[in-house]
Design a protein around this ligand. Structure first.
Ligand code: SF4
Length: 291
């Protein structure tokens, strides 16, 4: 839940989630519909799907236990190198470092070198006796992440109160490295076409190939092509939306119609038992201004 999402946003979801699923076994038995409904509003829904698939795999193949080898943990859906190492440390108390952007920044500053000039695997291997000299490996994994987030912050690191400053080349150097933001933002332009009817319903389909919301309930979405004639679709609004590293420029069109293409179904704008992603709910808000 915490991937790309702040702690304060996650807390109520985590509470609801752990109340509902007290064991891995109970999670593995729930339906995708159920898990998505609980996740509704938290975004990045692929995480919920991956979590469900992972729970099923752990129950069926690993006797409800997390494997103890990084290579095997990485075969779980949605788990990459960072998460696999974090799990290995947090769950099995193994000596490991989960190298995310925060941890890279901390190591980079201590050496006063930019990320691209550091081989992190090699650095950890060479320094393993110094890094893992306690038995509290799970605390170490957690502490390193927190240290990067709270002390050695991207902007304005708290060097004055940092107990690593004695060893830190960044602190001592007059030529400090620049902390670079490696996130490249991709700009995308989309046209969204909403069929609506007088009953305050909107037609949605799961047949879409939109990477970040693939197979979720959406109106028709196409990448904008300016030379395409929009026919009798009326422009409702132009707005911007950020998803992950994408900046979306959206043109929202609508048309009142009782006829919809075969893969679409009508969905009420006001009441929904079905899971509706936040992206689509924002469209509902815009469309409801027409009634
Ligand atoms: S002294 Fe400053 S730059 Fe160095 S590790 Fe501490 S907070 Fe980061």
């Amino acid at each position: 839940m915490l991937q790309q999402t702040q702690v304060k946003t996650v807390i109520p979801y985590f509470g609801k989630f752990t109340k509902k699923f007290k064991t891995l076994n109970s999670l593995s038995k729930c339906s995708e519909k159920e898990i998505l409904k609980l996740w509704e509003g938290l975004g990045y829904y692929r995480r919920a799907r991956n979590l469900l698939s992972t729970s099923k795999l752990l129950v069926d193949k690993y006797n409800s236990k997390l494997p103890k080898v990084v290579k095997e943990i990485k075969t779980l859906p949605g788990v990459g190198s960072y998460t696999a190492n974090a799990l290995l440390g947090l769950v099995h108390n193994r000596p490991t470092v989960a190298v995310d952007g925060n941890v890279k920044r901390v190591f980079g500053r201590i050496l006063n070198k930019t990320d691209s000039k550091i081989n992190f695997d090699q650095l950890i291997e060479i320094n393993k006796d110094r890094l893992f000299h306690t038995k509290r490996n799970s605390d170490f994994v957690e502490a390193l992440m927190e240290f990067g987030a709270l002390v050695c912050r991207a902007k304005d690191p708290k060097c004055a109160v940092c107990n690593l400053k004695r060893y830190c080349k960044y602190f001592r150097s007059s030529k400090k490295i620049k902390t670079v933001n490696n996130k490249t933002v991709e700009n995308k332009n989309y046209d969204i076409f909403c069929y609506i009817n007088k009953k305050k319903q909107i037609a949605l389909t799961k047949k879409n190939n939109l990477g970040f919301l693939k197979n979720f309930n959406l109106p028709e979405i196409k990448e904008t092509k300016n030379n395409i004639n929009k026919g009798n679709w009326k422009l409702l609004k132009k707005y911007k939306k950020s998803i992950s590293n994408k900046k979306l420029n959206i043109n929202l069109y609508y048309k009142f119609s009782n006829k919809i293409p075969p893969s679409f179904t009508w969905c009420s704008i006001d009441k929904n038992k079905e899971f509706i992603p936040t992206f689509t709910k924002k469209i509902f808000i815009q469309v409801s201004t027409l009634f």
